[in-house]
Write a protein that binds this ligand. Structure first.
Ligand SMILES: Cc1ncc(COP(=O)(O)O)c(C=O)c1O
Length: 386
């Protein structure tokens, strides 16, 4: 597909959940996310091998591309859903309703109705009104109560947005049980891009306290997502060390384990290919403006939370480089990717040159706005199939 065709297709079809797909693997469209499904399959198999005792429930929000979902469904994954849009995408991709759990504790009545109509029976909750909503609209469903855990060590912390303390979790489990729901489990999410394995230990300790307080065994423990991937900040702990922390903290507790990896399955599979639009000096610094920014998929650069590894394929690896401020193309003052991070790009970088963001397969295309400044959502090009 040529560049013009791709742009038009994106504007016509793309609602941010169902980005453009081309299997040609070649396009001049810029910016674009090139996604290697072979790497997604590899990461899924590695995850299964490292953590075989856990049911993997892919966090669809990380990358809801239909081909990613279809691939992971074929490989046998369960899914963690956040919305009706994700539910529909998973049904279309062939995920069985029994492999779905609704992980978002913030839901509307219409969400619950749609989930129940589709056959979803597992829901996460963290508030009494939500338990009551489930009681009314999803009688008999299995409820997992989410604990709030200290997510220090996460690049993108939830900072108290979700979860309850162990004693409150016990109250919610009782409320669910007494209302005829299944007080099925407890869980937590240690914060995305979590680089401290002891966060999972703290989550499990809190979960254990909640179950003790509840006074009855629960069937399931959900250890969330958060499994980190490599970005510019340097090495991250290997998955094996996170799994080891989980196993040793569990001791002889043997609940059915669920893990909800998002980033860990898809980040490495994506390269976001962008183009330099303008290079100029401003206030004594060199500014490089790209044709992609905060609103075309690089939302995780907010607060410089995620600093991507960059590549400039048109320049030799040993070409002289210098520090830059890296900015997006829109008229918004917040559309600056990196001011503080030590980003260095070739001194010869010029308009038209390509800049690639590596490890960008997660939380990029799904975050792109539908048309801020008239710019289309980030198209996805599937580079290879496994
Ligand atoms: C409930 C839930 N589960 C799983 C995930 C996936 O997290 P990650 O991509 O860090 O693995 C998220 C991400 O925000 C989430 O909210």
């Amino acid at each position: 597909m040529d560049g013009v065709g791709a742009q038009q297709a994106v504007q016509a079809e793309d609602n941010g959940l169902d980005p453009l797909t081309s299997s040609s693997g070649k396009s001049s469209t810029s910016p674009r996310l090139e996604l290697d499904l072979g790497i997604v399959a590899e990461r899924y198999r590695e995850f299964r091998a490292a953590f075989p005792e856990a049911e993997p429930a892919y966090a669809v929000k990380a990358n809801p591309h239909p081909e990613v979902l279809a691939l992971l469904a074929r490989l046998g994954t369960s899914v963690d859903l956040a919305s009706v849009g994700e539910l529909d995408a998973c049904l279309l991709a062939g995920v069985e309703p029994r492999a779905m759990s609704w992980g978002n504790p913030v839901k509307k009545a219409s969400d619950v109705r749609a989930a129940v109509a589709a056959g979803v029976t597992r829901f996460t909750t963290d508030a009494a009104p939500d338990v009551d909503l489930l009681t009314r609209l999803a009688p008999g469903c299995a409820v997992t109560v989410r604990l709030g855990v200290d997510d220090l060590g996460s690049a993108t912390p939830f900072a108290g947005k979700f979860g309850v303390a162990p004693d409150e979790a016990a109250v919610l489990l009782r409320r669910a049980r007494d209302a005829g729901l299944r007080a099925h489990g407890v869980g937590f999410h240690p914060g995305s891009q979590q680089t401290d394995p002891s966060s999972w230990r703290r989550g499990i300790a809190a979960a254990r306290r909640a179950v003790e307080e509840f006074g009855e065994p629960v069937a399931e423990l959900n250890v969330g997502g958060g499994f980190p991937t490599r970005h510019a900040a340097g090495p991250v702990p290997p998955l094996a060390s996170v799994v080891e922390a989980i196993r040793s903290e569990l001791g002889d507790w043997r609940p059915h384990l669920v893990a909800e990896p998002g980033r860990a399955l898809v980040a490495d599979a994506g390269v976001l290919v962008a183009e330099v639009v303008l290079v100029t000096e401003r206030l004594g610094r060199r500014w490089v403006y790209l044709d992609v920014g905060r609103y075309q998929g690089l939302a995780e650069t907010e607060g410089e939370m995620i600093v991507y590894r960059l590549r400039t394929p048109g320049h030799a690896a040993d070409a002289p480089t210098g520090p830059v401020v890296l900015a997006g193309p829109t008229c918004d003052g917040d559309d600056v990717l990196y001011r503080r991070a030590d980003v260095r790009l070739p001194l010869a970088l010029a308009p038209g040159d390509v800049v690639e963001f590596l490890g960008a397969g997660a939380y990029t295309s799904s975050y792109a706005s539908v048309g801020f400044n008239g710019l289309p959502p980030l198209p996805t090009l599937i580079r290879s199939t496994p």
